[in-house]
Design a protein around this ligand. Structure first.
Ligand SMILES: Cc1cc2nc3c(=O)[nH]c(=O)nc-3n(C[C@H](O)[C@H](O)[C@H](O)COP(=O)(O)O)c2cc1C
Length: 187
C-alpha cells in the first residue's frame, strides 16, 4: 500500500504521521504571561543539536489566526520551561491538553504543583524529575497552521540522584506511541 500524502486531507495526514512516527517524547511546556502560568504537552518535539543545545517543538493554533497560548507566550517572553512527564503525572499531562482561555492557568485550574527553580524562567512542574530552562532561538515559517520553534537549553534541573557526575542515569519519562502514553523504556 502506498499512501500519497498529497491526496490526504490534513486531519488524516496528522493521524497517520502521529501513529507512525513513534515513540515521541513529550515536552510539557510551562510558560508565563502577566502572572498566568500556562502548561501544555507537545509531542512534535525533538532535540536538534547539542552544541548549541537546541530543541524543536511545533505548536499549532487555537483557532484560525490565534496561536495556542504556549506559542503566544514563547514569542512574547522568549522563555519556556520544558518538563518531562512520568507515569505518576500522566493524568495531569492529559488535563493540560484541554483548551483553556488565555487568562486561565492549567496549573491553577487542575491544582498542579509547580516550583520556581530559576527566577528568570517559568516555574517547573514539581513532580517532573527533570526540566529544561530554554530561551527562544528561532522560528521556522511553514505554510499552514503549525509553527516550529527552536529553543536553546540554558540550564537543566535534575532531581537529586537522577544523574551521577558522568551524567549516567535516566529519568522515568513517558512518551507518546500513537494516542497511547507509554514508559520510554517499554517502547
Ligand atoms: C500527548 C500530547 C501531545 C500533543 N502534542 C501537540 C503538538 O505537538 N503540537 C500542538 O500544537 N499540540 C499538541 N497537543 C495539543 C495541546 O497540548 C493542546 O492544544 C493544548 O490545549 C495547548 O495548550 P495552550 O493553548 O495552553 O498552549 C498535544 C496534546 C497531547 C495530549
Amino acid at each position: 500500500m502506498i499512501i500519497n500524502y498529497n491526496e490526504l486531507e490534513s486531519i488524516r495526514r496528522y493521524k497517520l504521521m502521529s501513529n507512525t512516527v513513534i515513540p515521541r517524547p513529550i515536552a510539557w511546556i510551562v510558560t508565563e504571561d502577566e502572572g498566568i502560568i500556562n502548561a501544555a504537552p507537545f509531542s512534535y518535539f525533538t532535540p536538534l543539536s547539542s552544541d548549541p543545545a537546541v530543541i524543536i517543538v511545533s505548536i499549532g493554533q487555537k483557532e484560525e489566526g490565534i496561536p495556542k497560548d504556549s506559542l503566544a507566550n514563547i514569542l512574547k517572553h522568549k522563555k519556556a520551561t520544558i518538563c518531562f512527564a512520568n507515569e505518576k503525572n500522566v493524568e495531569e499531562v492529559k488535563l493540560c491538553a484541554n483548551m483553556l482561555d488565555k487568562n486561565e492557568s492549567e496549573v491553577e485550574t487542575y491544582n498542579i504543583e509547580t516550583k520556581r527553580v530559576l527566577e528568570q524562567f517559568p516555574p517547573m512542574i514539581a513532580s517532573s524529575q527533570t526540566a529544561l530552562f530554554c530561551e527562544f532561538y528561532d522560528k521556522i515559517d511553514l505554510p499552514g497552521k503549525t509553527t516550529p520553534i527552536l529553543l536553546e537549553i540554558k540550564s537543566q534541573y535534575a532531581q537529586d540522584g537522577l544523574f551521577n557526575e558522568r551524567f549516567d542515569g535516566m529519568p522515568d519519562n513517558i512518551g507518546r506511541s500513537g494516542i497511547v502514553f507509554k514508559k520510554m523504556e517499554d517502547l
